[in-house]
Design a binder for this molecule. Structure first.
Ligand SMILES: Nc1nc2c(ncn2[C@@H]2O[C@H](COP(=O)(O)OP(=O)(O)OP(=O)(O)O)[C@@H](O)[C@H]2O)c(=O)[nH]1
Ligand SMILES: [Mg+2]
Length: 614
């Protein structure tokens, strides 16, 4: 798996010459570079190291005018050789490049003091002191310092040794379970071959012939042919320098900074939640400051949208929105560099906390407090933060976390085991949220029972709408609650039975007794809570408005009608009326009821049994 070595340092300090001395490759390809003896754009080479194997090298320009190109290269570097010329010592771009590496969190830095053939012992001693001052109190305090000369060859083998040792210790980047992300830094046309891009594969892998997509434009193509350091490969892995031939793509369709990925893995965004570490010299940073953003190999324009403040001072880190002027591919945890739009001063470094932030409260300090929890948290904690004590469809959450399904699942598995989330169907709940929702449901239903002691329960759909939960999730949720029971279309507490006060109980008895006494000529009844309750319990049956039959009367009526029709065939209304010893006033609605429930069927003036019909 690949790792990348890079150079850094002030103009003319001997970066390109060092790479040439180590590898034999002259990375200054452009004729203008050769004429001026100056690096303008990124240069590429490779070196064979004893322990680490073949490693890619990116050479950057030192001139401050080409800092943009330096920034396009530094993003993918694992180990950087900061070259400082012994005859000039630490210079402005030495400091600026060093600061950039620190802000981007470059893992490993080697200090190379070049051109030692041009100075005496005393100067070498002074330069070393100045170098120690530069790295003092930084993460690179213990970086090795190697003195060398590309002219005499002194110290070069030591550079190679230190490089090998450092590179071999670097943790490999993940290729498995990772999205494919290649940051394009060059695009050119080759006669007879077509368009070729080169770049650093930051994560994932690409195989020859595989379908790929260029983002953000979204051009679909194939990896027709792949090379690493001019050698054809079937498959390339994270950390490798890659050249790919892209059929159907024209040079003008691709820009430095574009990303090669696979369909469906990464989505563009134009609004980020970021943590900014400003460089102290910046001074106050105002809301909506226009900035240049250097992420991966790209340069983008945008504005800092401060949270809850009109300005911030540059002496400490702050959380902010970064609103881009175009869509970009950016991932949570990515680091980037910011410069002022004009003049192009270095403003600071940044870390992406959320690539699809949902918080909109620009001027709320509360939001800021929550957001600060996102700094240096685990993926699990970030997931819980994004859930925000509520619930979300799993797929939405996965996309916001920007994780491949397998990795997302393994994080969910841990949280499930810990008990901090619960998954119902496709929905992920924070456990607290689920508890709160369950409590809310129990309380709402309880309150309903108290207010409506005769009603069987609360309307289920109404409750669902009030809680704003998707239908199938709601059903799963209710069925997971022992304290709740769902019956037909209402929800009740499991132990609840309608409570009748003394007067209502008496009324109930009176009604049932009277219906029993006159089964087919019942008294008129006005619908109210008690009547609805009796219908719901199945004790009485609604025949039509204000007309209810006792349950046994309906069964009895059905039995008599069935027997008679079976014996005599279809019957007319008056025959059935006589059979039940009632009047037209009752028998017509009753027969219409029986038609509705498909017990009888009407044939002209006669009624037949519905079951005989089929
Ligand atoms: N005497 C001596 N000259 C050197 C040494 N290394 C580089 N030089 C010379 O210094 C000049 C600049 O070297 P480069 O390697 O092009 O410098 P650079 O750091 O790549 O410069 P930029 O890419 O423009 O930032 C060239 O003329 C080199 O020949 C060295 O070790 N000793
Ligand atoms: Mg150079």
């Amino acid at each position: 798996m690949g790792k990348i070595i890079g150079t850094a340092g002030h103009v003319d300090h001997g970066k390109t010459e060092l790479i040439k001395a180590l590898t034999g490759i002259d990375t200054d390809r452009l004729s203008e570079e050769k004429e001026r003896g100056l690096t303008i754009d990124l240069g590429f080479a490779y070196i064979d190291l004893e322990k680490s194997g073949r490693i890619g090298i990116i050479d950057v320009p030192g001139h401050e005018r080409f800092l943009k190109n330096m920034l396009a290269g530094v993003g993918g570097m694992d180990v950087v050789i900061l070259v400082i010329a012994a005859n000039e010592s630490v210079m402005p771009q030495t400091k600026e490049h060093f600061q950039i590496m620190r802000l981007l969190g470059v893992k490993d830095v080697i200090i190379g003091i070049s051109k030692i053939d041009t100075v005496d012992e005393e100067t070498r001693f002074i330069v070393k002191e100045e170098v120690r001052d530069l790295i003092h109190n930084t993460p690179y305090e213990d970086s090795p310092i190697v003195e060398f000369s590309s002219v005499t060859g002194e110290g070069l083998s030591q550079i190679t040794e230190v490089l090998d040792e450092r590179v071999s210790k670097i943790h490999e980047r993940g290729s498995k379970n990772q999205f494919t992300r290649l940051a394009i830094d060059r695009c050119f046309e080759l006669k007879g071959i077509g368009t070729v891009i080169t770049g650093t594969l930051l994560s994932g892998s690409i195989e020859e012939g595989e379908e790929i997509v260029i983002l953000p434009p979204g051009h679909k193509t194939k990896a027709r042919q792949i090379q690493e350091h001019n050698v054809r490969k079937n498959k390339v892995l994270a950390g490798e320098r890659v050249a790919i031939n892209l059929p159907g793509i024209e040079k003008r369709m691709v820009e430095r900074g574009n990303i090669i990925s696979k369909e469906g893995q990464l989505s563009p965004t134009d609004r980020l939640l970021v943590l900014i570490e400003p460089v102290k010299e910046t001074g106050d940073i105002k809301d909506l400051t226009r900035v240049r953003i250097y992420l991966g190999s790209g340069e983008y324009l945008g504005r800092l949208e401060l949270i809850g403040k009109r300005k911030v001072s540059s002496d400490k880190k702050f959380v902010s929105f970064l609103v881009l002027e175009e869509e970009i591919i950016a991932l949570r945890k990515d680091k980037f560099i910011l410069r002022m739009y004009s003049p192009m001063k270095l403003l600071g470094g940044g870390l992406i906390l959320d690539a699809f932030p949902k918080i909109k409260r620009r001027f709320s300090q509360d939001a800021l407090k929550d957001v600060e929890k996102l700094i240096e948290t685990s993926d699990g904690d970030t997931l819980l933060f994004y859930l925000h004590g509520s619930h979300l469809p799993g797929e939405n959450l996965r996309k916001r976390m920007q994780l491949p399904p397998a990795e997302f699942k393994s994080i969910c598995d841990i949280l499930l085991k810990e008990g901090s989330i619960i998954i119902l169907g496709d929905e992920i709940f924070s456990s607290n949220a689920l508890e709160a929702i369950k409590k809310d449901i129990t309380e709402r239903v309880g309150r309903f029972h108290k207010k409506n002691p005769l009603k069987k329960g609360l309307d289920k759909e109404g409750l669902r709408t009030a809680l704003d939960i998707e239908r199938n999730i709601f059903d799963l949720l209710l069925s997971s609650m022992v304290e709740i029971k769902v019956e037909k279309n209402y929800v009740k507490l499991s132990h609840f039975t309608p409570q009748f006060d003394e007067e209502t109980s008496k009324r109930k008895k009176r009604i049932l007794a009277s219906l029993k006494k006159n089964p087919f000529k019942p008294d008129k009844l006005e619908e109210d809570d008690l009547i609805r309750n009796l219908v719901g319990e199945g004790e009485i049956v609604k025949i039509k408005e204000n007309m209810y039959f006792y349950r046994d009367a309906v069964e009895q009526g059905e039995k008599l009608i069935r027997e008679a029709i079976e014996k005599r065939g279809p019957l007319g209304v008056s025959e059935i009326k006589d059979l039940l010893k009632t009047t037209r006033k009752y028998i017509i609605p009753f027969l219409e009821y029986l038609d509705r429930i498909k017990f009888t069927v009407r044939k002209g003036d006669l009624r037949d049994l519905w079951e005989r019909e089929i």
